[in-house]
Design a protein around this ligand. Structure first.
Ligand code: H79
Length: 575
């Protein structure tokens, strides 16, 4: 540990989400018990859940008129341009003799998953639930005649799993929707179609018990339509989490692109939806699957990447039209479940950390504990955790708490001695570092005064936290919702802080300087600069000489957690 860094204790708490909304002036600089996350069985604690893509499209399974159809197989109606009358005929063949809702719920349990999200209605418009508002549903149109959503909702409840529904905002069957033209899937939603969606959302949130999340997808609703859908969901089930693909910033959690993880820090709850194969979500008869072990390694790796950066992982299966779960997929889930059976303590209810990336694997955290997931073992048996200063109480493999690992702080970080007796896991080996109060996370950038004795904070040297915002799949972009700077201050005198920025006329920001709040607004100040720059001076701010100082900028109005700061130019000059 360098001398310079060790003198400074950092304000940041370990947990991203807590630290990003923590501006209580009573908080001390160190990680304290009150900074620890509340493990309360919330949506964010689930970490690992099952997605199911299943419907009429599972019958042709990626083949139409003897031809292999590329593009996601659940969208075969669009990709193969199947006329509605022909596609509707598939309903007569939907009699899933191998469907067993309890077996699917038990598989999710065995996989270590905490909830199930089922495609209640995909883009093809076919409903796996009994809807009063259409006859194109499993009860009215198929020989099966039973409500699949009901069966799986009840089975999930029996097996102590949460249950959620996927609901497509576009509909290639409904006559009130815009006529199908392309599979870009982001059509507007005419008033009649919107009302139809509202009616079905109401059915789904009324007839099937607690719905843990509603996974809206695609379409291009207006702001008013998104707001109306969100209000209806919250009226019927206040605890139901809404996916960001309701658009227009009305979601509770952000959905990453399919199989994508963010390559930056997130400041709101988020989820990665993952398919078994990149090519399709629903069953495709001609899918090349590769071998199980490689797939398990890939998916455990992805799970760890997601969880260690604070997200939830929703992994999909695509059963056959007759309800059979593909043996390959079952095996992958079963092996993941075996790993989670041994390592689940480090996953469920854990949080990501602000600790920098490590070249050997990923880190998750709980109060007083860091979990190190080793993917690539260091050849010299010495594992260095970069970017922390820690007083370790004990270090041991999660699989054997009677084994003690030795370690020490070095200039490079905390160095753990991995003895040759360490039990190694085929996929990821988990070690536990227990500490009491002594964890300091060293920011990747500490800003110091320049030769003019000025500290200059800019967008470039900020640590940025993100959400996503937009009105459909194609317009939605990552937004910067807050910025933080860590700075070292040598001056013994109070400093002058000047903010120079360009923003829209009515934007107001909260500038938090070591827990002390100031308002920065383009409303209150005259625009007397070129290039629409606003300027504000705080004549005397007290910065610490001993501790690292933390400065944070966010929007003053917290009502839309996804909205970007929209600051075009920014410089904070401290002297
Ligand atoms: O249900 C699954 C998909 O059918 C549905 N969302 C997931 C969960 C979906 N509908 N439309 N889209 C996703 C957007 C599709 C974007 C695509 Fe592509 C553009 C698919 C092919 C081109 C993204 C970009 C995937 C490959 C390139």
């Amino acid at each position: 540990m360098s001398d310079f860094i060790s003198k400074f204790i950092i304000f940041a708490s370990v947990f991203l989400l807590i630290s990003s909304c923590n501006s209580d002036p009573s908080k001390s600089n160190r990680l304290t018990e009150s900074d620890t996350p509340i493990i309360n069985n919330s949506w964010e604690d689930n970490k690992f859940s099952m997605f199911i893509h299943w419907g009429l499209y599972s019958i042709p399974a990626g083949v139409w008129n003897g031809e292999q159809i590329t593009g996601y197989s659940e969208q075969i109606k669009g990709h193969a341009k199947i006329p509605t009358e022909d596609y509707r005929q598939l309903a007569a063949q939907f009699d899933p003799i191998n469907w067993d809702a309890d077996a699917v719920a038990l598989l999710a349990k065995q996989a270590g998953m905490k909830s199930i999200v089922l495609t209640a209605k995909h883009h093809d418009g076919f409903c796996l639930f009994d809807s009063k508002h259409t006859t194109f549903d499993v009860v009215d149109a198929t020989p099966y005649h039973k409500d699949i959503v009901k069966e799986l909702a009840e089975a999930s409840k029996r097996h102590n799993l949460k249950f959620g529904v996927y609901f497509s905002l576009i509909d290639w069957d409904y006559e009130g929707a815009l006529p199908f033209e392309s599979v870009n899937n982001s059509d507007a939603i005419p008033a009649l179609h919107h009302q139809y969606n509202l009616n079905q959302i109401e059915e789904l949130l009324t007839n099937y018990g607690d719905i843990s999340e509603i996974w809206f997808d695609m379409g291009s609703p207006t702001y008013e339509q998104s707001k109306e859908m969100a209000a209806l969901v919250k009226k019927l089930q206040p605890d139901c989490m809404i996916s960001g693909r309701i658009w227009n910033d009305q979601g509770d959690f952000v959905v990453m692109g399919d199989n994508k993880q963010p390559d930056f820090k997130m400041g709101v709850p988020w989820q990665t939806p993952a398919s078994m194969f990149n090519e399709t979500w629903s069953y495709r008869s001609w899918q090349e699957r590769g071998n199980v072990e490689d797939k398990v390694a890939e998916k455990i790796n992805d799970l760890l990447k997601v969880v260690s950066t604070g997200g939830n992982y929703l992994l999909n299966i695509g059963p056959k039209g007759d309800g059979t779960v593909i043996p390959f997929e079952k095996q992958v889930l079963t092996e993941m479940g075996e790993w989670l059976e041994k390592n689940g303590e480090s996953i469920y209810g854990s949080r990501g950390t602000a600790i920098q990336e490590q070249d050997w694997g990923m880190i998750t955290s709980k109060p007083g504990k860091l979990y190190l997931h080793i993917i690539d073992f260091p050849e010299n048996n010495k594992l260095t955790i970069k970017g922390i200063d820690i007083e370790v109480k004990s270090a041991y493999p999660l699989s054997d708490s009677s084994m003690f690992l030795k370690g020490e702080m070095t200039d490079a970080g905390y160095e753990l001695d991995l003895t040759n007796q360490l039990p190694k896991d085929k996929y990821a080996t988990t070690l536990v570092l227990e500490y009491e109060k002594g964890l300091t996370i060293i920011p990747t950038q500490v800003i110091v005064a320049n030769t003019n004795k000025e500290i200059r904070l800019t967008k470039d040297n900020a640590e940025k936290y993100h959400s996503y915002s937009g009105h459909d799949y194609y317009s939605t972009k990552a937004t910067v919702i807050n910025m933080k700077w860590y700075l070292k201050n040598d001056s013994k005198e109070p400093s002058e802080l000047k903010v120079v920025f360009a923003a829209r006329k009515n934007n107001s920001y909260k500038l938090v300087i070591n827990n002390e709040e100031h308002t920065v607004s383009s409303l209150n100040y005259d625009n007397h600069h070129e290039r629409n720059l606003y300027e504000l001076t705080i004549p005397a701010v007290n910065l610490s000489n001993e501790n690292l100082n933390e400065i944070e900028l966010r929007l003053l109005d917290p009502s839309n957690p996804h909205q970007g700061l929209a600051i075009e130019e920014l410089e904070i000059i401290i002297k």
